[in-house]
Design a protein around this ligand. Structure first.
Ligand code: ATP
Ligand code: MG
Length: 195
């Protein structure tokens, strides 16, 4: 039987509660076999804006948080590929390894609005189906020309940007970020103003 697996790509710098809710809601509502959180190696659209935590550390945080959660898993496929991370290449690598799987690409509404800017967008538009979830502050419009399916989730107005700002301000992020992630952030001194 063909497995159906959702892919939620992200920088996860750091992973937060909304990432988990997105993955779980899509898993449940679409009856998928699994959702994989694909940790970007080098998110080319974000580079240059700020210092991004190493992909090895971001992967470790995601893997630690997901270890006890059934149905969700961390993927290192883009880290293994190396270089800049492009969804087109990620999907090709996954299909080579697991040819009998149907892959669905999950994006928040902000990412959906930018699909036309993705690497080899024409190919993705023709070949792929996307799952779009609502995100606070982002309009619910389906990107024209793309095959999309909408999944409504309980809205959570959380972002990694906000988490980093809270940590830099010395404020608590408990329950916004899994405990296992907080442990590693503390251990590594991530997002503190001095780091
Ligand atoms: P940053 O602020 O650093 O961009 P982020 O919170 O947007 O971080 P990403 O790693 O950029 O997290 O996002 C990974 C995926 O998760 C994207 O598809 C994004 O749209 C989605 N996502 C992140 N936060 C939410 C949220 N609160 N609601 C819905 N989708 C979200
Ligand atoms: Mg983002």
């Amino acid at each position: 039987m063909t497995a159906r697996i959702g892919l939620l790509g992200g920088t996860f710098d750091p992973l937060h509660v909304a990432h988990l809710v997105v993955a779980d809601q899509v898993l449940d509502q679409l009856g998928l076999d699994e959702v994989r959180l694909v940790v970007n190696h080098r998110p080319w659209q974000k580079e240059g804006d700020r210092e991004i935590t190493s992909s090895a550390r971001r992967l470790e945080m995601v893997a630690a948080a997901l270890a006890p959660i059934e149905g969700l898993a961390a993927s290192d496929v883009e880290i293994c590929l190396g270089g800049l991370s492009y969804t087109v290449e990620t999907l090709a690598a996954l299909e080579k390894d697991e040819p009998d799987t149907e892959w669905l690409v999950i994006v928040g509404a902000d990412a959906a609005a930018g699909l036309d800017t993705w690497h080899q967008a024409d190919r993705l538009r023709l070949e792929r189906e996307f799952v779009v979830v609502n995100r606070p502050g982002e309009p619910d419009v389906d990107p024209p020309g793309w095959r999309t399916r909408r999944v409504e989730i309980p809205s959570l107005d959380v972002s990694s940007t906000e988490i980093r700002a809270l940590v830099a301000a010395g404020r608590s992020v408990r329950h916004l970020v899994p405990e296992s992630v907080i442990h590693r952030m503390d251990e590594w001194g991530l997002y503190r103003r001095s780091s």
